[in-house]
Design a protein around this ligand. Structure first.
Ligand code: NDP
Length: 444
């Protein structure tokens, strides 16, 4: 089938999976030209095989809350494609989680992992469990119940999960502990582990730092210095806080951060001490970003996203479709020069269209946020060697991987007028590697 026919067919077969179809459409429309240069791909119906996940596990998770009440959630693991290495991708715990969202994330992950230069296939998992307001013991019991079902499908050489929204070091620790007990092995079948039991230095920082490294590579193509630039960040979780930390160390001003309830606005930029407060607020007290506004008496936009404020750079780092066409219009009117995505698919197709048309520096998540999974890949490498690298070594490797991803985007995404379409570049580069591996391995 032709690439466009595959898309129409998927729309017919999965009409209730809008996020999955959105992600597939973006990739298919940007790789179609390259795909059509290879008639052998069509003969092997490669694109359809690449869009459909290898397999999906879905299961009920029953657990007991602190009041002794039995709670039931749905759990999933999508093993999307393992042509270039074991399935690899995070676990998301959020009330919005469903099969469409995880299928989009696993699909995206396949291309992202391909770009990292490391041997990792794509996967994603999660549950509609909402960790907000749960006690530590409830989170632990839930993680154990999730892994009681999942453990038989994963392994260091088959499928290696990690964190994502709602899953940080605490949750990975509980899941890995239970996995180890069930599987009776200790090879590191999770990344984002604690440093005491196989985790890698710089893994918590990697997605945020990596996004800033990618941004620096983009800015360098236009000779722009990051120092003094005003940056609007959304989110206040793992990706957002470490993005902010690296930006502050480079002399940029972080003017916003947010959560699902609202946005804080600090026109002169938040300080390191204030960022430290946000980190504690989110990870220790598990509070809301509004408390920051109360503590430091700054502006708070209740129920609003950050994109209306004046900034030079936007780094959406919360969730999918959090920046729409109106937001993009406002950012462009306010003179934004770069948008680098920490979250997965945070910009809607209309927002992406506007960024590309305006020819600003726009990096899609699958390139810009690949630093997280890259250091996860380095964690797997260290676990296999039973050896660990220093923070400097890991950070140097991360910087070199992000530079390499940037180069791949430039190679495949440079337009006739010399500007770089990073969406096309990332999609074509990510696709070609997986496609060649699939062709070499036959119909399986
Ligand atoms: P966290 O759970 O640590 O933080 C998520 C942040 O986003 C929180 O501030 C949260 O606010 C906010 N958020 C979540 N859902 C929504 C929503 N529906 N609307 C508005 N705000 C929301 O997750 P991460 O920082 O790990 O992940 C953030 C993004 O980065 C996700 O898209 C993830 O897929 C992506 N990513 C993460 C990687 C990683 O290594 N962790 C790697 C690559 C990509 P609240 O507390 O109110 O929910």
């Amino acid at each position: 089938m032709k690439a466009s026919e595959v898309l129409n067919d998927l729309k017919r077969r999965f009409p209730n999976e809008p996020e999955y179809l959105q992600a597939v459409e973006e990739v298919i429309t940007t790789i179609e030209e390259e795909y059509n240069k290879h008639p052998e791909f069509e003969r092997y119906n490669l694109i359809e095989r690449l869009c459909l996940p290898d397999r999906i596990f879905s299961f009920r998770i029953s657990w007991v809350d602190d009041k002794g009440k039995v709670q039931n959630n749905m759990g999933y693991r999508i093993q999307h494609n393992n042509a270039i290495g074991p399935y690899k991708g995070g676990i998301r715990f959020h009330s919005s989680v469903n099969q469409s969202i995880l299928k989009f994330l696993a699909f995206e992950q396949t291309f992202k992992n391909s770009l990292t230069t490391l041997p990792m296939g794509g996967g994603k998992g999660g549950s509609d469990f909402n960790p907000k307001g749960k006690s530590d013991m409830e989170v632990m019991r839930f993680c154990q119940a999730y892994v009681a079902e999942l453990w038989r499908h994963i392994g260091a050489e088959t499928d290696v999960p990690a964190g994502d929204i709602g899953v940080g070091g605490r949750e990975v620790g509980y899941m890995y502990g239970y996995y180890k007990k069930m599987a009776r092995e200790n090879t590191g079948t999770f990344t984002g582990k604690g440093l005491e039991f196989g985790g890698s230095l710089v893994r918590p920082e990697a997605t945020g730092y990596g996004n800033v490294y990618f941004l620096l590579n983009m800015l360098a193509t236009r000779g722009i210095d990051i120092k003094g630039k005003k940056v609007a960040i959304s989110g206040s979780g793992n990706v957002a806080t470490y993005t902010a930390k690296k930006l502050l160390s480079l002399g940029a001003k972080v003017v916003t951060m947010s959560d699902s309830n609202g946005t804080i606005y600090v026109p002169d930029g938040i300080t390191e001490e204030q960022l430290d407060y946000i980190f504690k607020l989110k990870n220790i007290y598990r509070g809301r970003i509004k408390e920051f506004a109360e503590e430091y008496d700054c502006e708070y936009f209740d129920g609003e996203r950050p994109w209306k404020v004046k900034c030079d750079i936007a780094m959406p780092s919360a969730t999918q479709n959090e920046l729409d066409g109106d937001d993009a219009k406002m950012l462009l009117e306010n003179g934004v020069i770069a948008v680098s995505e920490g979250a997965n698919m945070p910009s809607t197709p209309e927002a992406v269209r506007q960024f590309l048309e305006a020819k600003i520096l726009y990096a899609p998540g699958k390139a810009a946020n690949a630093g997280g999974v890259s250091v996860s890949g380095l964690e797997m490498a260290q676990n296999s060697q039973k050896f660990s690298w220093s923070a400097e070594e890991v950070d140097a490797k991360l910087q070199s991987i992000m530079k390499n991803i940037h180069e791949q985007c430039v190679k495949y995404g440079t337009e006739a007028d010399g500007t770089v379409n990073y969406v096309k570049g990332a999609n074509v580069a990510g696709f070609m590697k997986v496609a060649k591996a699939m062709m070499a391995q036959g119909i399986i």
